[in-house]
Design a protein around this ligand. Sequence first.
Ligand code: CP
Ligand code: NVA
Length: 337
Amino acid sequence: QNVFQGRSVLAEKDFTAAELEYLIDFGLHLKALKKAGVPHHYLEGKNIALLFEKSSTRTRSAFTTAAIDLGAHPEYLGSGDIQLGKKESTSDTAKVLGSMFDGIEFRGFKQSDAEILARDSGVPVWNGLTDEWHPTQMLADFMTVKENFGKLQGLTLTFMGDGRNNVANSLLVTGAILGVNIHIVSPKELFPTDEIQSIAKGFAEKSGAKLLITDDLDEGMKGSNIVYTDVWVSMGESNWEERVKLLTPYQVNMEALKKTGTPDDQLIFMHCLPAFHNTETEYGKDIEKKYGITEMEVTDEVFTSKYARQFEEAENRMHSIKAMMAATLGNLFIPRV
Ligand code: CP
Ligand code: NVA
């Protein structure tokens, strides 16, 4: 019996620690197969819809290459191309797509749209990021942590920055489920909502994960093995001035890394990407002109340091998404979990 068969992946809270760890381990296995050139066509003949209301480099590329490696056909449907919620309800779109595709990836604004797609399409829906959660990022992130440390339980991951965004929410809850201690270090105004905190606390009581939400850098950094950050202004937001003011003290720089007190071989830096660590892009130049800063959530020094794992993390998006799609859609025999 495969406990994943036919299931959607909308939010991490719907999965047990054993289930999440199974998908992480399966991702590591598929990575080894890929590196060894061993075919793994678990989704031969399947059609996969990739719905994107927001832009993406990693998630789109990961789903596309993962689907092709699994023998499936991916089809990209951008918000400019289809009706989704404009001239046609999300529910009607779900019914149509579900009659043609075997699985649907959705990246968008509202979590409720992902839920409607899952409810009315009749096929697995995978959340490729909403305003609330980023579950496929978590599979890659904790896979990267396991790859680096050989374990998950007992490690401490500190997220510093906008403690209210999708990635912060997902890290807090996923760490709590898996037994990874999570620190959120951000200004009080950007602490996770009470609702997210209480979901995480419920899981932490079971797993033993220690959760800390603080605006104090010294306290928050202490003892961290993984220092993680994300953009200060997420897709769909535009409150630059406020964020720069609030978050400047919460930049991941070498001084912040030193506060961990962790030995070098037990410390890594992660970032889901895209990152603002220099002014190479037009976007970066524009920010510099307006706010007089050349780096935001992370300094170039940290980003290019020996601690940095963000590009391994990005690659792992593909392997872990492959594991998730194969497990939920591949008619595999998965007796464990
Ligand atoms: N980390 C991530 O989701 O990247 P993209 O926005 O490029 O997909
Ligand atoms: N918090 C970011 C994550 C990007 C992968 C955003 O939503 O834009």
